[in-house]
Write a new protein. Structure first.
Length: 94
């Protein structure tokens, strides 16, 4: 069964962007919109006029990528840890 799509408009850094998304993903997109705008606002307050909107967007993108990589890396580390734990348990019948 094909998922129903809907058009939504997100406003990022003062500009509007139209997306066609699956209906059940709207909340995720809205949360991301708020998170990006909040991060841009924090950067503008921190750096003042020394940070134009393009700089804030670039720094935000970098921060989100770093966080995503850290989560992925930590997830992989946890998976490896659990796999090793299961190997040890299987060796000792625990």
């Amino acid at each position: 069964m094909e998922k129903k799509k809907q058009a939504i408009t997100l406003k990022i850094a003062g500009r509007s962007y139209l997306f066609d998304i699956e209906r059940d993903k709207e909340e995720v997109y809205r949360l991301a919109e708020r998170e990006v705008n909040a991060n841009i606002s924090r950067l503008q307050k921190t750096f003042g006029e020394n940070c134009d909107i393009k700089d804030c967007l670039a720094i935000s993108a970098l921060q989100f990528c770093i966080n995503n990589i850290a989560i992925t890396h930590n997830g992989n580390s946890m998976t490896n840890l659990l796999n090793n734990f299961h190997l040890v348990c299987n060796q000792y019948d625990c």
